[in-house]
Write a protein that binds this ligand. Structure first.
Ligand code: AKG
Length: 348
Protein backbone atom coordinates (compact mmCIF):
# COMPACT_ATOMS: atom_id res chain seq x y z
CA UNK A 1 0.00 0.00 0.00
CA UNK A 2 1.46 3.41 -0.86
CA UNK A 3 1.58 6.35 1.51
CA UNK A 4 -1.60 7.93 0.16
CA UNK A 5 -3.63 4.72 0.31
CA UNK A 6 -2.46 4.28 3.89
CA UNK A 7 -3.71 7.77 4.72
CA UNK A 8 -7.17 7.06 3.29
CA UNK A 9 -7.35 3.70 5.04
CA UNK A 10 -6.26 5.08 8.40
CA UNK A 11 -8.86 7.87 8.27
CA UNK A 12 -11.75 5.88 6.75
CA UNK A 13 -13.67 5.17 9.94
CA UNK A 14 -13.71 8.79 11.10
CA UNK A 15 -14.52 10.07 7.60
CA UNK A 16 -17.54 7.75 7.47
CA UNK A 17 -18.65 8.91 10.89
CA UNK A 18 -18.33 12.53 9.76
CA UNK A 19 -20.38 11.83 6.61
CA UNK A 20 -23.19 10.20 8.60
CA UNK A 21 -23.30 13.24 10.90
CA UNK A 22 -23.20 15.57 7.88
CA UNK A 23 -26.30 13.89 6.46
CA UNK A 24 -28.05 13.92 9.84
CA UNK A 25 -27.20 17.61 10.43
CA UNK A 26 -28.50 18.42 6.93
CA UNK A 27 -31.75 16.47 7.52
CA UNK A 28 -32.34 18.15 10.90
CA UNK A 29 -31.80 21.62 9.45
CA UNK A 30 -34.05 20.89 6.51
CA UNK A 31 -36.90 19.87 8.79
CA UNK A 32 -36.38 22.23 11.76
CA UNK A 33 -34.83 25.16 9.81
CA UNK A 34 -32.29 25.78 12.57
CA UNK A 35 -29.04 24.48 14.01
CA UNK A 36 -29.28 21.50 16.38
CA UNK A 37 -26.87 19.60 18.63
CA UNK A 38 -25.94 17.59 15.53
CA UNK A 39 -23.88 20.53 14.26
CA UNK A 40 -21.69 20.54 17.37
CA UNK A 41 -21.41 16.72 17.16
CA UNK A 42 -20.40 16.94 13.48
CA UNK A 43 -17.77 19.58 14.25
CA UNK A 44 -16.37 17.44 17.07
CA UNK A 45 -16.05 14.53 14.63
CA UNK A 46 -14.24 16.87 12.23
CA UNK A 47 -11.82 18.02 14.97
CA UNK A 48 -11.07 14.39 15.84
CA UNK A 49 -10.44 13.57 12.19
CA UNK A 50 -8.11 16.54 11.70
CA UNK A 51 -6.22 15.55 14.83
CA UNK A 52 -5.71 12.05 13.46
CA UNK A 53 -4.68 13.31 10.01
CA UNK A 54 -2.11 15.69 11.48
CA UNK A 55 -0.48 12.91 13.41
CA UNK A 56 -0.20 10.33 10.70
CA UNK A 57 3.44 10.12 9.69
CA UNK A 58 4.79 9.08 6.32
CA UNK A 59 4.49 5.43 7.20
CA UNK A 60 0.89 6.45 7.31
CA UNK A 61 -0.77 4.25 9.87
CA UNK A 62 -0.03 5.40 13.40
CA UNK A 63 -2.31 7.75 15.26
CA UNK A 64 0.04 7.71 18.26
CA UNK A 65 2.89 9.77 16.83
CA UNK A 66 2.06 13.01 18.58
CA UNK A 67 5.66 14.30 18.21
CA UNK A 68 5.28 15.07 14.55
CA UNK A 69 4.50 18.81 14.58
CA UNK A 70 4.83 19.50 10.88
CA UNK A 71 2.64 17.43 8.58
CA UNK A 72 4.27 16.17 5.44
CA UNK A 73 3.24 17.60 2.07
CA UNK A 74 0.93 15.05 0.47
CA UNK A 75 -0.09 17.19 -2.51
CA UNK A 76 1.58 16.33 -5.79
CA UNK A 77 1.64 17.98 -9.22
CA UNK A 78 -1.27 17.22 -11.52
CA UNK A 79 -0.11 15.18 -14.57
CA UNK A 80 0.56 17.28 -17.68
CA UNK A 81 -0.09 15.46 -20.96
CA UNK A 82 0.17 16.47 -24.62
CA UNK A 83 -2.30 15.54 -27.38
CA UNK A 84 -4.18 12.92 -25.38
CA UNK A 85 -6.89 11.02 -27.27
CA UNK A 86 -10.40 11.19 -25.74
CA UNK A 87 -10.43 7.45 -25.15
CA UNK A 88 -7.15 7.61 -23.22
CA UNK A 89 -8.32 10.67 -21.29
CA UNK A 90 -11.43 8.80 -20.18
CA UNK A 91 -9.61 5.60 -19.25
CA UNK A 92 -6.71 7.22 -17.35
CA UNK A 93 -8.31 10.31 -15.79
CA UNK A 94 -12.07 10.64 -16.22
CA UNK A 95 -12.92 7.09 -15.11
CA UNK A 96 -10.62 7.39 -12.10
CA UNK A 97 -11.76 10.92 -11.06
CA UNK A 98 -8.17 12.16 -11.43
CA UNK A 99 -7.36 15.72 -12.55
CA UNK A 100 -5.05 16.25 -15.52
CA UNK A 101 -3.70 19.23 -17.45
CA UNK A 102 -3.97 18.87 -21.22
CA UNK A 103 -1.06 21.14 -22.04
CA UNK A 104 -1.73 23.65 -24.80
CA UNK A 105 -4.94 21.87 -25.89
CA UNK A 106 -6.65 25.21 -26.59
CA UNK A 107 -3.59 27.18 -27.72
CA UNK A 108 -4.73 27.44 -31.34
CA UNK A 109 -8.42 28.22 -30.75
CA UNK A 110 -9.54 31.75 -31.72
CA UNK A 111 -10.26 32.51 -28.04
CA UNK A 112 -6.49 32.37 -27.44
CA UNK A 113 -6.46 35.87 -28.98
CA UNK A 114 -8.97 37.35 -26.54
CA UNK A 115 -7.76 40.22 -24.38
CA UNK A 116 -9.54 41.89 -21.49
CA UNK A 117 -9.40 45.22 -23.36
CA UNK A 118 -11.18 43.67 -26.33
CA UNK A 119 -13.85 41.93 -24.20
CA UNK A 120 -14.28 45.03 -22.02
CA UNK A 121 -14.98 47.17 -25.03
CA UNK A 122 -17.12 44.64 -26.90
CA UNK A 123 -19.29 43.85 -23.85
CA UNK A 124 -19.08 47.19 -22.08
CA UNK A 125 -22.82 47.23 -21.33
CA UNK A 126 -23.03 43.58 -20.22
CA UNK A 127 -22.92 43.17 -16.47
CA UNK A 128 -22.17 40.32 -14.15
CA UNK A 129 -22.99 39.71 -10.48
CA UNK A 130 -19.76 39.70 -8.45
CA UNK A 131 -19.69 37.04 -5.74
CA UNK A 132 -17.97 37.12 -2.39
CA UNK A 133 -16.07 33.91 -2.82
CA UNK A 134 -12.40 34.66 -2.13
CA UNK A 135 -10.68 32.69 0.65
CA UNK A 136 -11.12 34.45 3.99
CA UNK A 137 -13.74 36.81 2.57
CA UNK A 138 -16.91 37.36 4.61
CA UNK A 139 -19.78 35.72 2.74
CA UNK A 140 -22.63 37.90 1.53
CA UNK A 141 -26.26 37.52 2.46
CA UNK A 142 -28.58 36.44 -0.39
CA UNK A 143 -29.01 39.20 -2.97
CA UNK A 144 -26.10 41.26 -1.63
CA UNK A 145 -23.72 40.65 -4.53
CA UNK A 146 -23.08 43.75 -6.63
CA UNK A 147 -22.95 44.04 -10.40
CA UNK A 148 -20.10 45.28 -12.59
CA UNK A 149 -19.89 45.69 -16.35
CA UNK A 150 -17.12 44.06 -18.36
CA UNK A 151 -15.80 47.57 -19.13
CA UNK A 152 -15.39 48.15 -15.38
CA UNK A 153 -13.71 44.79 -14.90
CA UNK A 154 -11.25 45.45 -17.76
CA UNK A 155 -10.47 48.88 -16.30
CA UNK A 156 -9.92 47.37 -12.87
CA UNK A 157 -7.53 44.80 -14.42
CA UNK A 158 -5.49 47.63 -15.95
CA UNK A 159 -5.39 49.50 -12.68
CA UNK A 160 -4.35 46.48 -10.57
CA UNK A 161 -7.82 46.36 -8.95
CA UNK A 162 -9.56 43.32 -7.49
CA UNK A 163 -12.80 43.09 -9.49
CA UNK A 164 -13.30 39.45 -10.46
CA UNK A 165 -16.12 38.01 -12.59
CA UNK A 166 -16.47 34.38 -11.54
CA UNK A 167 -18.67 31.66 -13.09
CA UNK A 168 -20.19 34.30 -15.41
CA UNK A 169 -22.86 33.22 -17.90
CA UNK A 170 -21.65 35.61 -20.63
CA UNK A 171 -21.02 32.75 -23.08
CA UNK A 172 -24.75 31.95 -22.86
CA UNK A 173 -25.78 35.61 -23.13
CA UNK A 174 -23.43 36.09 -26.10
CA UNK A 175 -23.18 32.70 -27.82
CA UNK A 176 -20.86 34.11 -30.49
CA UNK A 177 -18.13 33.70 -27.86
CA UNK A 178 -18.63 29.93 -28.00
CA UNK A 179 -17.61 30.02 -31.68
CA UNK A 180 -14.12 30.97 -30.50
CA UNK A 181 -13.57 27.68 -28.65
CA UNK A 182 -13.66 24.18 -30.08
CA UNK A 183 -16.93 22.95 -28.58
CA UNK A 184 -16.59 19.59 -30.35
CA UNK A 185 -13.27 19.02 -28.57
CA UNK A 186 -14.96 19.55 -25.19
CA UNK A 187 -17.83 17.28 -26.14
CA UNK A 188 -15.50 14.57 -27.37
CA UNK A 189 -13.80 14.42 -23.97
CA UNK A 190 -16.90 13.67 -21.92
CA UNK A 191 -18.63 10.31 -21.86
CA UNK A 192 -21.67 11.59 -23.74
CA UNK A 193 -22.82 15.00 -24.88
CA UNK A 194 -26.55 14.61 -24.88
CA UNK A 195 -27.20 16.00 -21.42
CA UNK A 196 -26.77 19.42 -19.82
CA UNK A 197 -23.73 21.57 -20.61
CA UNK A 198 -22.77 24.93 -19.17
CA UNK A 199 -20.09 27.58 -19.72
CA UNK A 200 -18.64 29.62 -16.87
CA UNK A 201 -16.47 32.60 -17.69
CA UNK A 202 -13.77 34.12 -15.43
CA UNK A 203 -12.05 37.47 -15.86
CA UNK A 204 -10.24 39.45 -13.18
CA UNK A 205 -7.11 41.11 -11.88
CA UNK A 206 -3.85 39.86 -10.41
CA UNK A 207 -4.00 38.42 -6.88
CA UNK A 208 -7.70 37.59 -7.08
CA UNK A 209 -8.72 34.13 -5.88
CA UNK A 210 -11.62 31.75 -5.33
CA UNK A 211 -11.95 29.92 -2.02
CA UNK A 212 -12.19 26.17 -1.48
CA UNK A 213 -15.40 24.64 -2.86
CA UNK A 214 -16.80 21.64 -4.71
CA UNK A 215 -19.59 21.06 -7.18
CA UNK A 216 -21.38 18.10 -8.73
CA UNK A 217 -20.43 19.16 -12.27
CA UNK A 218 -17.10 17.98 -13.70
CA UNK A 219 -15.20 20.78 -15.41
CA UNK A 220 -12.85 21.17 -18.38
CA UNK A 221 -11.22 24.49 -17.55
CA UNK A 222 -9.58 26.42 -20.38
CA UNK A 223 -6.91 28.96 -19.38
CA UNK A 224 -6.91 31.78 -21.94
CA UNK A 225 -4.72 34.61 -20.64
CA UNK A 226 -2.51 34.89 -17.56
CA UNK A 227 -1.77 32.11 -15.10
CA UNK A 228 -3.62 30.27 -12.34
CA UNK A 229 -2.65 28.00 -9.49
CA UNK A 230 -5.17 25.29 -8.56
CA UNK A 231 -5.15 23.22 -5.38
CA UNK A 232 -7.35 20.16 -5.86
CA UNK A 233 -8.46 17.35 -3.51
CA UNK A 234 -10.59 14.28 -4.17
CA UNK A 235 -14.28 14.33 -3.21
CA UNK A 236 -13.45 12.00 -0.30
CA UNK A 237 -11.53 14.87 1.36
CA UNK A 238 -14.76 16.75 2.26
CA UNK A 239 -14.77 15.70 5.97
CA UNK A 240 -11.32 17.30 6.47
CA UNK A 241 -12.71 20.65 5.32
CA UNK A 242 -15.99 20.61 7.31
CA UNK A 243 -18.17 22.46 4.81
CA UNK A 244 -20.97 24.27 6.68
CA UNK A 245 -24.27 22.36 6.47
CA UNK A 246 -26.31 25.07 4.77
CA UNK A 247 -28.70 22.85 2.78
CA UNK A 248 -27.35 24.47 -0.40
CA UNK A 249 -26.27 22.72 -3.63
CA UNK A 250 -22.93 24.56 -3.42
CA UNK A 251 -20.32 23.31 -0.95
CA UNK A 252 -17.61 25.59 0.36
CA UNK A 253 -15.10 25.55 3.18
CA UNK A 254 -13.45 28.19 5.35
CA UNK A 255 -10.11 26.34 5.07
CA UNK A 256 -7.56 28.30 3.03
CA UNK A 257 -5.43 25.57 1.46
CA UNK A 258 -2.95 28.13 0.11
CA UNK A 259 -1.92 28.78 3.72
CA UNK A 260 -0.73 25.51 5.29
CA UNK A 261 0.90 27.37 8.17
CA UNK A 262 -2.53 28.51 9.36
CA UNK A 263 -4.31 25.42 8.03
CA UNK A 264 -1.84 22.48 8.33
CA UNK A 265 -4.61 20.08 7.24
CA UNK A 266 -4.19 21.60 3.74
CA UNK A 267 -0.99 19.74 3.08
CA UNK A 268 -1.44 16.53 4.97
CA UNK A 269 -4.51 15.49 2.93
CA UNK A 270 -3.41 13.89 -0.37
CA UNK A 271 -4.32 16.20 -3.23
CA UNK A 272 -2.85 17.90 -6.26
CA UNK A 273 -1.43 21.25 -7.39
CA UNK A 274 -1.65 22.53 -10.97
CA UNK A 275 -0.12 25.68 -12.48
CA UNK A 276 -1.98 26.66 -15.63
CA UNK A 277 -0.48 28.56 -18.57
CA UNK A 278 -2.40 30.11 -21.47
CA UNK A 279 -3.77 27.40 -23.76
CA UNK A 280 -3.90 24.67 -21.08
CA UNK A 281 -7.10 22.78 -20.30
CA UNK A 282 -7.48 21.30 -16.81
CA UNK A 283 -9.91 18.47 -16.02
CA UNK A 284 -11.54 18.81 -12.56
CA UNK A 285 -13.61 15.73 -11.54
CA UNK A 286 -17.11 15.88 -10.03
CA UNK A 287 -17.09 17.01 -6.38
CA UNK A 288 -13.30 17.46 -6.37
CA UNK A 289 -12.51 20.20 -3.84
CA UNK A 290 -10.58 23.09 -5.34
CA UNK A 291 -9.23 26.53 -4.55
CA UNK A 292 -7.76 28.88 -7.19
CA UNK A 293 -5.32 31.80 -7.09
CA UNK A 294 -4.54 34.17 -9.97
CA UNK A 295 -0.94 35.43 -9.71
CA UNK A 296 -1.59 37.56 -12.83
CA UNK A 297 -4.62 39.17 -14.44
CA UNK A 298 -6.47 36.39 -16.23
CA UNK A 299 -9.29 35.24 -18.52
CA UNK A 300 -10.54 31.63 -18.48
CA UNK A 301 -13.55 29.54 -19.39
CA UNK A 302 -14.96 26.43 -17.69
CA UNK A 303 -17.02 23.86 -19.62
CA UNK A 304 -19.21 21.86 -17.24
CA UNK A 305 -21.66 19.07 -17.55
CA UNK A 306 -23.58 17.10 -14.96
CA UNK A 307 -24.82 13.58 -14.60
CA UNK A 308 -26.14 12.11 -11.41
CA UNK A 309 -24.14 8.94 -11.96
CA UNK A 310 -20.85 10.84 -12.03
CA UNK A 311 -21.72 12.67 -8.82
CA UNK A 312 -22.73 9.40 -7.15
CA UNK A 313 -19.51 7.69 -8.23
CA UNK A 314 -17.42 10.52 -6.75
CA UNK A 315 -19.46 11.11 -3.58
CA UNK A 316 -22.80 9.51 -2.67
CA UNK A 317 -23.03 11.79 0.39
CA UNK A 318 -22.66 15.03 -1.54
CA UNK A 319 -25.01 13.76 -4.26
CA UNK A 320 -27.71 13.10 -1.64
CA UNK A 321 -27.13 16.56 -0.14
CA UNK A 322 -27.56 18.16 -3.57
CA UNK A 323 -30.69 16.17 -4.39
CA UNK A 324 -32.35 17.22 -1.14
CA UNK A 325 -31.08 20.81 -0.96
CA UNK A 326 -33.50 23.54 0.13
CA UNK A 327 -31.30 26.66 0.01
CA UNK A 328 -32.52 27.09 -2.70
CA UNK A 329 -34.35 23.92 -3.79
CA UNK A 330 -33.27 22.28 -7.06
CA UNK A 331 -36.50 23.48 -8.62
CA UNK A 332 -35.76 27.08 -7.68
CA UNK A 333 -32.10 26.67 -8.65
CA UNK A 334 -33.18 25.82 -12.20
CA UNK A 335 -34.93 29.20 -12.40
CA UNK A 336 -31.65 31.13 -12.11
CA UNK A 337 -30.23 32.42 -15.36
CA UNK A 338 -26.62 31.72 -14.43
CA UNK A 339 -24.39 30.51 -11.64
CA UNK A 340 -23.56 33.95 -10.14
CA UNK A 341 -27.25 34.69 -9.70
CA UNK A 342 -27.83 31.20 -8.23
CA UNK A 343 -24.91 31.49 -5.81
CA UNK A 344 -26.01 34.98 -4.85
CA UNK A 345 -29.36 33.48 -3.77
CA UNK A 346 -27.69 31.00 -1.42
CA UNK A 347 -27.85 31.81 2.27
CA UNK A 348 -24.24 31.34 3.41
O1 AKG B 1 -10.70 30.32 -11.55
C1 AKG B 1 -11.33 30.52 -10.52
O2 AKG B 1 -11.21 31.53 -9.83
C2 AKG B 1 -12.26 29.46 -9.98
C3 AKG B 1 -12.56 28.37 -10.95
C4 AKG B 1 -13.46 27.36 -10.35
O3 AKG B 1 -13.51 27.20 -9.17
C5 AKG B 1 -14.31 26.51 -11.16
O4 AKG B 1 -14.30 26.62 -12.38
O5 AKG B 1 -15.03 25.68 -10.57
Amino acid sequence: MNMHDQFWTATRKLRRQYNRLWLADHAARTVLRRETWLTARRLRAHAELVQLALHLDDRGTSADDTDNPSPIERRRPVDRVNDIEPVDFRRRYFDTDTPVVMAGAGASWPAANWTHAMLGSRYKQTSVRLLRAAPNEAKGRPGEGRDATYAQIAESMNAGGDLYARFSGIMHQHPELVDDVDIEWFRSMRDDHRSFENWGFFMGGAETATGLHSSIAPNLFYQITGRKRWWIYPAAAAPFFAPPAKCSPYFYSEVDVSDPIRWPIARCVPGWIADLEPGDVLYVPAFAWHQVHNPTATIAVGYRWAKLGLGWRASPVQTLLVLTCSNPSLLKARGHKDLPSLLDAVDY
